[in-house]
Design a protein. Structure first.
Length: 588
């Protein structure tokens, strides 16, 4: 086994350097895994010695015999290009055979006509093909088998009239009602943002799971008709992926350039779909926010779902290339199935890097028989595997029922007369933010007015060091932090606060990803329709912000502070939701 993997060990397991590196050449993408019948972990990916899209790009496998700690040397599934082989996804059939599906530049085209120009990148065209392994990924069939994908209007409208097909797939295949399904993204033309127009189709086989002869596998392209799964308001609908639901439906989610991902349901096994619409947390609820990046959904053995996404977005239809930015941090939302729909939780940060420009993407999810969860991801030149804290996932899945107040890290709690306007409380010491520490403020507050400048809490000393929480011009709440040299501030989303009713306000200052999060009445601020981001970042040089050692309570609040909790750690969003659902604190 290859022992050259480098593994950092920062205290925060969410930091990508805490993962174990996977072998690759230079470029590496879509590191997807299956556990083979011999108990080993098989990972397949697209790799190459240059950048994404260069001519030697090809697909490989690597095997771990010790549950991801070390990995074998790369095994070529296809030799280095040209022709290029790309975007490989694996599927473990019931009989133990491993299939891989990928894009193959079978005509070895060296350039392609796009929208008014010629492109030398030729890794997103050709034939959709598969190979297979009957020895757990150590060797692969010499023959590759093309899949007859039915032409749609988007194919016939390309510069070659559909004689050359533009497409790719990031979908890990699934089983639905005993049949094989995988999603494919057709491309209409190359241009601004590379894939200038796109839509999704589904490939179904009713005999792949049982047919030993690859040449006799039957294929059907869905949906019926001439049009695939599109975006609501633009030409870009990419990277469709699927889950099979307990009620017999299919759920498909994919990326757009509109500031939100898109979702559709099929109630007839992929033949027809609901009208594509932006993905929402609950039926009729608010939209998820997401750029043009991988957003992958998986279903696990407990019947629960996870969605990887980036929890921000804005309309990039006028500049589609801009939508590729900001893939750090990565977030999970947990899904439960109810009345034919997936209901998504408030999300949590699952991975981050210190450099905001790092692009963390193309994950896969691995669940072991004993209930451990792992994810793989890539930054295009480094791919890693990470074990995920199961309590993070359980928090997401149980969020809708959580009514417990968390007390871990609670260093100050006050209610009733202790929070009379002008009162002063001893301010506990807080961890150093630059070293990865964090803290959380948890408040119950009622406003008689929402005019700007009302101070709810203030720990600042004469030199300005400390924390101040106050209202803003947009009827929101802001926090400002200072260590005397470095200052940071962030506001809650506008439009969430009202006068006359108690609000639960949680401000999470997380020194891992250096992020400030607001959770208001159990809802994580995500920017809404007013701004691209609901979370803010602060400087890695920001240190101690405790301030004077005293906490001034409501020195200029037009309202009532009902309850205060201070934690010397960042709370998970699920914990903040639980604190909200537990209700107002009893009076002291």
């Amino acid at each position: 086994m290859n022992q050259t993997n480098r593994q950092a060990n920062p205290a925060d397991v969410r930091h990508i350097a805490a993962g174990i590196e996977l072998p690759k050449k230079h470029y590496c993408d879509q590191p997807y895994t299956v556990i083979t019948p011999d108990g080993n972990w098989l990972c397949v990916m697209t790799t190459g010695t240059g950048a994404e899209g260069e001519a030697d790009q090809h697909i490989v496998a690597t095997i771990s015999e010790d549950e991801g700690r070390t990995w074998s040397e790369l095994i070529d599934i296809e030799p280095p290009g040209p022709p290029e082989s790309s975007w490989v996804t694996p599927f473990l059939a019931p009989g133990g055979r491993v299939y891989v599906f990928y894009t193959y530049n079978s005509a070895n085209m060296r350039e392609v006509q796009g929208n008014g120009r010629v492109f030398q990148r030729v890794d997103t065209l050709g034939d959709y093909v598969f190979k297979y392994s009957d020895d757990n990924g150590r060797t692969w069939s010499s023959e590759r088998y093309p899949i007859p994908v039915r032409a749609f209007a988007i194919d016939r409208g390309n510069p070659y009239g559909g004689e050359v097909r533009f497409f790719w797939s990031v979908c890990k295949p699934i089983v639905h009602k005993g049949d094989f399904y995988v999603a494919l993204s057709k491309v209409g033309n190359f241009g601004v943002g590379f894939m200038e127009s796109s839509e999704g189709v589904i490939l179904r086989s009713d005999n792949l799971l049982t047919e030993p002869d690859p040449g006799r596998i039957r294929w059907e392209t869905l949906p019926g008709g001439d049009i695939g799964l599109r975006a609501p308001a633009s030409a870009v609908a990419d990277e469709h992926n699927l889950v099979s639901m307990d009620d017999g439906s299919l759920y498909c989610i994919y990326r757009t350039v509109e500031g939100s991902n898109c979702a559709a349901y099929s109630r007839d096994d992929g033949r027809t779909w609901t009208e594509p619409a932006h993905a929402v947390y609950t039926p009729g609820g608010r939209k998820l926010r997401h750029p043009r990046a991988a957003n992958f959904v998986r279903k696990f053995s407990n019947g629960r779902y996870l969605l990887w996404f980036h929890n921000h977005g804005h309309d990039c239809r006028s500049n589609p290339a801009e939508a590729y930015l900001d893939r750090n941090p990565a977030w999970f939302t947990g899904g439960i199935e109810k009345d034919g729909f997936i209901h998504w939780s408030e999300p949590e940060i699952v991975l981050y890097d210190d450099n905001p420009n790092t692009r963390i993407s193309y994950p896969d999810f691995l669940e072991t028989a004993d209930g451990r969860f792992y994810i793989t991801e890539t930054q295009k030149t480094i791919a890693r595997i990470h074990q995920v804290d199961r309590t993070l996932l359980e928090g997401l899945w149980q969020q809708h029922m959580n009514r417990e107040i968390t007390d871990r890290g609670l260093v100050l709690a006050a209610a009733g007369p202790e929070l009379s306007p002008g009162a002063s409380l001893r301010m506990p010491a807080l961890p150093e933010l630059s070293a990865g520490g964090g803290f959380t403020l948890d408040l119950w507050v009622s406003f008689r007015e929402l005019k700007a400048g009302q101070v709810l809490l203030d720990t600042r000393d004469a030199g300005g060091r400390g924390i101040v929480v106050k209202t803003t011009e947009e009827a929101a709440v802001s926090i400002m932090l200072s260590d005397g040299r470095t200052t940071a501030s962030w506001d809650s989303d506008p439009g969430l606060l009202q006068t006359g009713a108690p609000h639960h306000l949680v401000i999470i200052v997380d020194g891992g990803p250096k992020a400030i999060l607001f959770v208001i009445d159990g809802r994580l601020c995500d920017g809404g329709e007013r701004r691209p981001f609901g979370f803010g970042r602060f400087s890695p040089f920001l240190k101690q912000v405790g301030g004077s050692g005293q906490l001034a309570v409501a020195p200029s609040l037009e309202g009532t502070l009902h309850g205060l909790r201070l934690y010397d750690r960042y709370l998970r969003v699920s914990e903040a939701v639980g604190n909200f659902r537990a209700g107002l604190p009893s009076r002291g």
